[in-house]
Design a protein around this ligand. Structure first.
Ligand code: SPV
Ligand code: MG
Length: 291
């Protein structure tokens, strides 16, 4: 099955699918090896890994470069966190064209304004996109895709910006009518209350995607009961690598020696395996002249 069909079937399976954040080729490969059926190309994680803020400081073509490595390293679908689409409808539809060319299975765009800001930083103060303008963007993206299975997810930031259920529903319904394949309802509450209220009123009109970063204590069974289609574990490879890198750097700096860390880090053999060194050795035997 190609990657777009894989992502579609993950979303349409009737039970929650789970995708995991990655931010480069290596982390994407690790996500696939863990057993996940899809990858979240997180804007927060990609920007942080590049050493910049989640405010569109990395250009969209720089993100595309990262995605290309992620896609080449894996055989499971990637859903890109496409922020606000990097501009207006025209930028967003060009993004879709380029994503399809690189084998990316889908993109999520959020109803805020360019340059965006991470939802967990002063969410209350962030201006939302005009509904009509955002619907035009969704339409332009859907009209541009050449593969019917390419997925466009419309992300509703109404709760993040302190608006209520009515605004979230109004926006989600408008995005559904504009042609979105799924809606992502984001919440920064430490509980599932906003999501639960939304799910009851929404009543399955389109698949719903969630990002339980802040309500991580909610049992996963609850997502099932509410009829959630896709759950995104959004930033945990980035955050775990930050902790691991801090610890190892500090230890080596203090000790001026590698003795304490050698047993704690991946072996070089594991690095070579993840890079696919064996395949190159086999190819060399096949293609290089034997001396
Ligand atoms: C991301 O992973 O970049 C997301 C999810 O957009 S969040 O950080 O929760 O906004
Ligand atoms: Mg993001």
């Amino acid at each position: 099955m190609n990657k777009t069909k894989q992502l579609r079937s993950l979303i349409d399976s009737g039970k929650p699918g789970f995708i995991m954040e990655a931010h480069n080729g290596l982390s994407a490969k690790i996500v696939e090896e863990a057993g996940f059926k899809g990858i979240w190309a997180s804007g927060l994680s990609i920007s942080a890994a590049l050493g910049v803020r989640d405010n569109n400081e990395a250009s969209w073509t720089q993100v595309l470069e990262v995605l290309e490595f992620m896609s080449d390293a894996t055989s499971i679908p990637i859903l890109l966190d496409g922020d606000t689409g990097y501009g207006n409808f025209n930028n967003a539809r060009r993004l879709v064209k380029k994503l399809e060319q690189r084998g990316i299975a889908g993109v999520c765009i959020e109803d805020k304004q360019f340059p965006k800001m991470n939802s967990f930083i002063n969410g209350q103060l962030q201006p939302l996109a005009d509904i009509e303008e955002f619907c035009g963007k969704i339409k332009a993206m859907k009209d541009t895709q050449t593969d019917d299975d390419f997925v466009v997810v419309a992300r509703v930031e109404a709760f993040i910006t302190g608006r209520g259920l009515d605004e979230a529903l109004r926006r989600a319904e408008a995005y559904r009518k504009a042609g979105a394949d799924a809606v992502l309802i984001h919440s920064k509450r430490p509980d599932i209350m906003e999501i639960e209220a939304f799910m009851k009123e929404w009543a399955g009109r389109l698949p719903v995607v969630i990002v339980p970063t802040k309500y991580y204590l909610t049992p996963t069974a609850k997502f099932r009961d509410l009829g959630i289609s896709l759950v995104i574990w959004a930033n945990h490879n980035l955050r775990s690598s930050i902790e691991a890198m801090k610890q190892v750097s500090r230890t080596i700096y203090r000790a001026e020696s590698l003795v304490q860390v050698e047993g704690e880090v991946a072996t070089l053999e594991e690095v070579f395996r993840l890079q696919g060194a064996e395949e190159l050795e086999a190819a060399e035997r096949q293609y290089l002249p034997s001396s």
